[in-house]
Design a binder for this molecule. Sequence first.
Ligand code: ZN
Length: 414
Amino acid sequence: MSKTMSSRVKSPITQFRNCRILYQHAIIREDLWVRDGKILNPEWLFFIEKGHADFQVDCKDCIISPGFIDTQINGAFGVDFSSNPESLAKGLATVSKKLLAHGVTSYCPTVITSSPSMYKKILPQIKRTCGSRTGAGILGIHLEGPFISKEKNGAHPVELIKDCTNLNSFEQIEDVYHSLDNVSIVTLAPESCQISKVISKLSNKGVVVSLGHTVANLTMAEDAVRHGATYITHLFNAMLPFHHRDPGLVGLLTSDEIPTDTTVFYGMIADGIHTNPAALRIAYRAHPNGIVLVTDAIAAMGFPRGTHYLGSVSVDVTDNGAYVTGTQVLSGSIATMDSCIRHFKHATGCTTVEALEAATLHPAQLLTIQHLKGTLDYGTEADFVLLDDDLNVKQTFIAGEKVWDNERENNKGN
Ligand code: ZN
């Protein structure tokens, strides 16, 4: 960073130059201007304020993308958000810090099906935070379960799954979670609840309702969307497979039985393991504006190859994934967000803009925070990532401040 002439305004202005920026669905050769942690409109700066840069940053011809947003991550770097409430604060700090290396500037810690007593211990600890020098921001919790299908439980403990079809008040659902204050997304199976009561109430409270771990058919899923559901949790995984006479949740991507002004978003684990590239292409080509890349990562993400212990389970981390030791049973995703973006681009042949928007604009739209994050629009928060042309993360910035630098990390190792 070099000092140049100072401007008339008090807060310093930083000009990021020699870069290409993702702006309004295109990558354009343009400088990025930042003040007070926000992206500035350069026209206003030049012509109205007559301001100038106080600092300049040479971006060495990198692409500048908004920071990545992961709406489903169960843990990473040895931390599991659904267990060990005693060390959760430390664990969150570790994950927030280390995600910066992967371009993630904000995320939704995801808590899988747990007991009411565990929710009571865990959920109050996961508060929304702004990102900072110490790590990525937290955009609220993603609660996956316990109102899901026992037939599609995946890694969720069956004995803790609940059916709320017979509950006669929404308050009884709140009793299970103890509090929804820190919650942004709830994944539920529509057949396990009264759609008109539960989904409407949750979405009216500003909680994103996501459909997943379910055996719902398309008709039921459409009913859930008409009552406020806007997201599908890890499309294809833990739901009925696509059938031409009843395409299940996958049918929501092309349904004409839902309001035309509703965008249904869908999470995809684009790690090359959980979803076949052909299935990824089918979903993406059918509904490109709804795709949201997620890692769905577990605590083993970030571990080197070898055998590790997750709680009492022994896991072998290989180049291809994490498996229960000695078996071919996948124990969860160990994908990083930047690798998912690269894989998604490679597998679908989409443009760089489309690949990046699936991890920035779309998750921000899902959470209705696109006026704050997920774009480089003027006035939004200056959380962004410098990438090379192969979409490798070079530097990460939060509120305009550099919080991670690939070069510095590499030098540390020498
Ligand atoms: Zn799941």
